[in-house]
Ligand binder design. Structure first.
Ligand code: KG4
Ligand code: ZN
Length: 370
């Protein structure tokens, strides 16, 4: 099955051509046009600007993803219908509807969260291309890891908009068992970065600063502030009797600590390290509590925050210790892309979950497994 994936839920305009045959995923192209540079000057995504950028980029991105490939051979178009920014979603959806009508192809409306979950099946770094760079001629050839013995599985989805624990009983069978009550983990990274006068998106910059601290710690640098004056942040809801999360209080704790620390800008790696570790502690503790309770066989880590090296490392160590299979996508498939939307489209196409183009609509608050 040859699928054209389209993604425009937030600030990445993306298209991918994915072929799935004999249980093998072949990523023919995966094009992402990021708006990060544009939103950076505002310290976050401006929805109106995001939608205008999607309109500008969507056709060039799709044309680049199609390359010289015959559109006649495409079996279906998979497009993100939510959750996300309504005006951004509309650009991808209207484009998909138009192409479906023109080319007479079926459409699958994909839940963005399901896209992140199946991104764990994309396990190689090849075949990715940024918009306007040459499409890599190398393609991915990945054996689909869908084997019967991986379910039930637990997924932790950590992105800029979501922090959710989802129990996957079988393919396409989801049950949400926990979520954030306020800020998402990625949102907290972005907001704390703003407090520290760092750029948007905050996740990768906080991670890079925390890594300086970790390196210093390993080489036992004597004048390290953190070794002498420990900055300590709370681990919100770590012992609560449910699987929910809360990160807005952690952000407030950083705010008040900065307010009383006149030298804070000399200790950015220490602040980043302690904040990151607080998030990692809460996420790992609660996820493994859920893994134990639901007796799952596999753990999926996905979403933009799953690109965080420390989070990946600590989940990998814990999974090994608990003898549980651990699936995580390569870093470039953690953040928004259309290959994951095409793969989610594939599973929905197998279940014949098509939507006539006339009925395809965005749903900015679309949920998974409720
Ligand atoms: O999945 P994604 O691309 O978009 C949403 O669906 O929200 O996730 C974007 C989020 C941002 O909040 C960004 O700061 C965070 O993922 N992120 C990271 C890292 N890379 C991206 N957070 C922590 N560490 C990272 N290395
Ligand atoms: Zn996302």
């Amino acid at each position: 099955m040859l699928i054209l994936g389209i993604e425009s839920s937030c600030d990445e305009t993306a298209a991918a051509l994915v072929e799935i045959k004999n249980e093998k995923i072949k990523i023919i192209s995966n094009v992402v046009s990021s708006q990060i540079k544009i939103h950076q000057q505002y310290g976050g995504v401006v929805p109106e600007i995001a939608a205008r950028c999607h309109i500008e980029k969507i056709l060039p991105v799709i044309i680049e993803a199609l390359g010289g490939n015959e559109k006649k051979k495409i079996d279906c178009i998979a497009v993100t219908i939510g959750p996300g920014l309504i005006t951004s979603l509309l650009v991808g959806i209207e484009t998909a509807r138009t192409l479906a009508y023109l080319w007479n192809k079926p459409i699958i409306g994909v839940n963005h969260l399901e896209g992140h979950i199946v991104s764990v099946l994309l396990n190689q770094n090849k075949g990715i291309s940024n918009f306007k760079s040459q499409i890599s001629k190398q393609t991915q050839n990945v054996k689909l890891k869908i084997q019967k013995n991986i379910f039930p599985a637990m997924a932790l989805l950590v992105s800029g908009g979501h922090t959710e624990l989802i129990l996957i009983k079988d393919i396409l069978k989801y049950k949400k068992i926990g979520q954030t009550r306020d800020d998402a983990a990625g949102e907290a990274f972005d907001k704390v970065a703003k407090l520290l006068n760092l750029d948007y998106p905050g996740g990768p910059i906080i991670a890079a600063n925390a890594a300086i601290k970790i390196k210093n710690q390993k080489s036992k640098i004597k004048n390290d502030y953190f070794l002498n004056n420990k900055i300590k942040f709370p681990r919100p809801m770590i012992n609560s009797n449910d699987f929910d999360f809360s990160f807005s209080g952690l952000k407030t704790a950083v705010f008040y600590q900065l307010k009383k620390d006149v030298d804070w800008n000399k200790k950015i790696p220490e602040y980043c390290y302690e904040f990151q570790q607080a998030v990692v502690d809460v996420l790992t503790h609660k996820t493994f509590k859920a893994i134990e309770k639901y007796k799952v066989k596999t753990f999926f880590l996905s979403g933009g925050v799953a690109a965080n090296q420390e989070l990946r490392k600590q989940f990998e160590l814990k999974s090994k210790k608990c003898k549980i299979k651990f699936f995580v996508p390569p870093k470039n498939f953690c953040t928004d892309n259309a290959a994951m939307i095409a793969v989610a489209g594939y599973f929905n196409a197998l279940a014949k979950k098509y939507t006539p183009w006339q009925k395809l609509k965005p749903d900015s608050n679309l949920e998974l497994g409720v």
